[in-house]
Design a protein around this ligand. Structure first.
Ligand code: TYM
Length: 329
């Protein structure tokens, strides 16, 4: 089974990214052949700082390895190291409609926040489809907010296959049962995000323990004292999901455990659990960042593997679409 997913390098990675996606990539590598891409080409669709992009690309790659992606089993690579992505995106642009892209909720949300709305922001999902389809992907593990993009990818793949003949594997989306949408701790009706959320409500994977504790203990809850999921209890429900993922306990068991405890002990336990969840990742991250040559070596190897797998798929696309065969070399 082939797994493909992508993560943007810009913006600090947060607990939502970890719980909704990165943790899943790591789990999937037990079941299949995982390709995880640091999507730097996607990150330039909203204004960016070139120096920051370079550093954050390396930083996110380090974080992926630190979180448990094993370079012997999985392929972690940088999108711009494999030019086939940009090329395939151009080709797929002719089997994607303007209307489809206009309906993308992420585009609408992001465009609202930009003064300059780049064409690249609009065609962003086409590049995402190219990422996925170039690897004959079976499963795309993502958080809930990416579901619509993966549905579009499926439609584009099916349309290409029916116009030009069987070319692509049509991938399926998988979102985790618990934690597919981690909410902002200060505004628990909004998803956790470094661009749309609050600073205090966004738990960063690299926040030091005292900052993690402070953010989690000051999470907005409600005026009640019952640790249960339910209407009007988005804040508590969110913390129950976080604790469930951090400890491996089922949400029902957590509700039972804190049945008559009130919020104070519960929040303190969530804080401890998150500190322990992230501690080993933060330690490995620091080690890896201390060895840039090793990181570069890993990314060179990732790019080689990614090129080897995607090149024949691009070739297939070019051939089916009727381009004159390319001179080799
Ligand atoms: P990105 O970089 O915004 O997010 C990376 C992953 O984290 C998930 N995620 C969340 N999960 C739970 N709760 C949250 N609050 C939360 N916030 C983010 C996202 O769903 C995602 O899985 N367009 C993609 C990157 C991409 C991609 C791809 C993904 C490019 N090509 C191909 C899959 C396949 C994005 O911007 O993710």
């Amino acid at each position: 089974m082939r797994i493909f997913s992508g993560i943007q390098p810009t913006g600090a990675k947060h607990l939502g990214n970890y719980i909704g996606a990165i943790r899943e990539y790591v789990a999937y590598q037990e079941r299949g052949d995982a390709f995880i891409c640091v999507v730097d080409l996607h990150s330039i669709t909203v204004g960016h700082d070139p120096r920051e992009l370079r550093d954050s690309t390396v930083s996110v790659a380090a974080l992926l390895f630190a979180a448990g992606l094993d370079p012997e089993r999985s392929t972690v690579f940088v999108q711009s190291h494999v030019p086939a992505h940009a090329e395939a995106a151009w080709l797929l642009g002719s089997v994607t409609s303007f209307g489809e892209l206009r309906r993308m909720t992420q585009f609408k949300e992001k465009a609202e926040r930009q003064e300059f709305v780049a064409v690249g922001l609009f065609t962003y999902p086409v590049l995402q489809a190219a990422d996925i389809l170039l690897y004959d992907t079976d499963v795309v593990p993502v958080g809930e907010d990416q579901r619509q993009h993966i549905e579009l990818t499926r439609d584009v793949a099916e349309r290409f296959n029916s116009r030009y003949g069987e070319t692509f594997v049509v991938p399926r989306v998988e979102v985790p049962e618990i934690g597919a949408k981690i909410m902002d701790l200060q505004e628990p009706t909004k998803k956790m995000s470094t661009t749309g959320g609050t600073e205090q409500g966004t738990v960063l994977m690299l926040d030091p323990p005292d900052v993690l504790r402070k953010k989690l203990k000051s999470a907005v809850t409600d005026s009640g004292r019952e640790v249960v999921r339910g209407p009007g209890k988005e804040g508590i429900a969110n913390l129950i999901e976080v604790l469930s993922v951090a400890t491996g306990d089922k949400p029902d068991a957590i509700e039972a455990r804190y049945a008559d405890g009130g919020y104070g002990d519960f929040k303190a336990d969530v804080a401890d659990a998150v500190v322990e969840l992230l501690r080993p990742i933060q330690e490995r991250y620091q080690e890896l960042r201390g060895d840039p040559a090793e990181l570069e070596r890993l990314l060179v190897r990732g790019a080689e593997r990614a090129r080897a797998v995607s090149a024949p798929v691009l070739e297939r696309m070019v051939d089916r679409m009727g381009f004159v065969r390319r001179p080799s070399g």
